[in-house]
Design a protein around this ligand. Structure first.
Ligand SMILES: [Zn+2]
Length: 438
């Protein structure tokens, strides 16, 4: 948008003068730049608050005696009526023409209709900020954070309800995408648009238990049995090499072993609290949206759950399947802890078997677990885990091909929401709020 820069200059000079006067009185010339910034922010917020009110109050233009009602009937001008909204500048009150008297019983304020205003509610701009703070913070933290940025208070309840509203919208958008990607016409339209597909595209899927807020009294009655559900989460991403100077300590350590270090970029999360069947549709739809079916290579890096591999095989049968390295390696550590009380023996076994796994010699890993099955239950269970996933653990081959073998994206993305956010005491979400991706 273009502003009249001369007018803005004049206003800026006046604001500077107002702040100078205010500070002179308050600080006796001892104000530092931080004080000046804060005074400016506060006065600019107040200017925004008043300007928005003026803007809406002058938005009516000429007032007609009558107007059409959305039902097809007729509304008559009643009077100038007051309305209040919560904006990014705080609470704003304004007066606008109000029409009523239709047989349907509804009234109308043309200004509200034109600008998409719901009196008494928060504006779309503020709702967006609130929901952003609600996504990755506990509601109480979100409130503090918003106050720092906006310079006024928003209640925890408002943060909660706005976050949930955004969750609902996200769910709707997901449903529309699922529908579109199942229709021949939209798929064809996408073909024609010829968006460049990524060369190697990665996908990861995982699930976590989340606690759900009971939605009604009936659900409250069975609260303790019913309120844990599976949140299924997925991520699409591409790989890129981490430059030397940007490597963390952990990545430097990794680079010594692996030569180069890859990280995920262009991450796109999706999640839902739904059956594997329904989640599969979302996997397909979000995949189409990022060009998964057009990528030269599609690689899935996941934990070993059977339902996940089944979905992948069904929707993307040509994808390369890799069991996340960190999951497979971590399992060996747990087996070693269970099976060996002697630390030296434990360490010796673990080093050998981890190297075998690293080289993709899964048969040797299985052979190493075999004699431990009497001492370790996990070793026993893991025989089938390594057996069923043998071809998904050919890590030497995968590394040689330059693939990411452990993603961590799920852990750092949706799982972060789950562990830090959803599982926080007192921060239970209802179903709509939980289905929210950043
Ligand atoms: Zn009507």
């Amino acid at each position: 948008m273009k502003y009249n820069i001369e007018k803005i200059n004049l206003i800026a000079q006046e604001v500077a003068e107002v702040v100078r006067e205010g500070l002179a009185e308050e600080s006796q010339g001892k104000a530092l730049i931080g004080d000046v910034e804060m005074a400016l922010r506060e006065s600019l917020r107040e200017i925004g608050q008043q300007a928005l009110g003026c803007f809406l109050e002058n938005a009516d233009g000429e007032v007609e005696a009558e107007m059409g009602c959305s039902c097809g009937g007729k509304l008559a001008y009643q009077r100038q009526r007051k309305a209040t909204i919560w904006s990014v500048f705080g609470k704003v009150t304004y007066r606008r023409a109000y029409y009523s008297g239709c047989s349907c019983g509804k009234g109308c304020a043309p200004v509200d209709r034109r600008y998409g205003i719901e009196p008494g509610k928060v504006t779309a701009g503020l709702a967006h900020l609130i929901a952003l703070s609600g996504i990755d913070k506990a509601f109480e933290d979100g409130r503090q954070w918003l106050k720092q940025y906006l310079l006024f208070e928003i209640s925890e309840n408002t943060i909660r309800s706005e976050t949930q509203k955004m969750g609902k919208l996200q769910k709707q958008a997901d449903a529309e995408l699922v529908k579109a990607m199942q229709s021949e016409a939209s798929l064809q339209k996408r073909e024609q648009s010829q968006q460049p597909a990524p060369d190697i595209l990665y996908g990861s899927i995982d699930a976590a238990k989340v606690r759900i807020e009971p939605r009604n009294l009936q659900e409250k009655a069975v609260e303790d049995r019913e309120n844990w559900r599976d949140l299924k989460a997925g991520c699409w991403y591409e790989g890129e090499i981490v430059p030397n100077r940007q490597r963390s300590e952990r990545q430097k350590h990794k680079a010594q072993r692996e030569g180069s270090v890859l990280r995920a970029k262009n991450k796109q999360y999706f999640c839902g609290i739904e059956s594997a069947e329904e989640f599969g549709k979302l996997l397909w739809a979000t995949g189409c949206a990022v060009g998964a079916d057009h990528a030269r290579l599609l690689v899935f890096v996941c934990d070993g759950a059977v339902w996940i591999w089944n979905l992948i095989a069904r929707y993307f049968p040509n994808a390369i399947q890799i069991v996340d390295w960190y999951h497979a390696e971590e399992r060996l550590k747990r087996i070693a802890e269970e099976a060996f009380s002697n630390l030296e023996e434990r360490q010796a076994w673990l080093e050998g078997v981890t190297e075998d796994l690293w080289q993709g010699r899964v048969e040797l890993v299985i052979a190493a677990c075999q004699p431990l099955t009497k001492k370790s239950n996990l070793a026993k269970q893991s025989l089938s885990y390594y057996n069923n996933n043998t071809e998904r653990m050919r890590y030497a081959q995968f590394r040689a091909a330059g693939y990411l073998i452990g993603s961590g994206v799920i852990e750092s993305g949706c799982k972060q929401i789950v562990t830090q956010r959803l599982k926080l005491p007192g921060a239970q979400w209802n179903l709509d709020g939980a289905i929210l991706t950043a």
